[in-house]
Design a protein. Structure first.
Length: 164
């Protein structure tokens, strides 16, 4: 697998009008396949997109030292960002052309710490319901040993994109 290509400026990111021309699944699979650049947050927090199917997305990441809290482990925001990403992107895979979303709220429960020597964790997002106005998804961060490190849930607002 080649290293992911990351967006380097806002010019690398898609506009709402460009996003409106493709389904959410096509867009997320395009990032997975290296056709479109990954968002800069993925580089900042050291995670990458591995799988993308309708209603299901998997990211993988390990906390770098820059994501540490003062106690010497991964900050809760690192867990939250990976879970928000996998759950929201799972929602995006269910959206037709001309449709976007934004996270309304998400909840994260951290069950065990992660450190720089923790093997990469998988953040798995699965859609529960995707309607015309609201979508929900759940997520889990799972270690290579099968242990669950964190869980989450999200609610997203679904809306028409400009420029469709």
């Amino acid at each position: 697998m080649t290293a992911p290509r990351y967006a380097r400026s806002t010019a690398d990111l898609f506009t709402p009008a460009q996003l409106a021309q493709m389904s959410g699944l096509d867009f997320i699979q395009g990032i997975r396949d290296g056709l479109y650049p990954a968002p800069p947050i993925a580089e900042t927090l050291a995670f990458r997109l591995l799988e993308a199917e309708e209603g299901h997305v998997v990211f993988e990441g390990a906390p770098a030292f820059g994501a540490y809290n003062p106690l010497g482990g991964a900050h809760g925001g690192w867990f939250g960002t990976l879970l928000d990403s996998c759950m929201a992107c799972a929602v995006q895979t269910t959206l037709p052309k001309g449709t976007g979303y934004t996270t309304i709220e998400y909840k994260v429960t951290i069950l065990r710490p992660a450190f720089t020597d923790t093997p990469p964790l998988r953040a798995i997002g699965t859609v529960v319901s995707s309607g015309r106005r609201v979508a929900t998804a759940t997520g889990q961060m799972i270690g290579q040993d099968g242990k669950v490190y964190a869980t989450g849930s999200t609610t997203c607002l679904v809306f028409p994109l400009e420029g469709k």
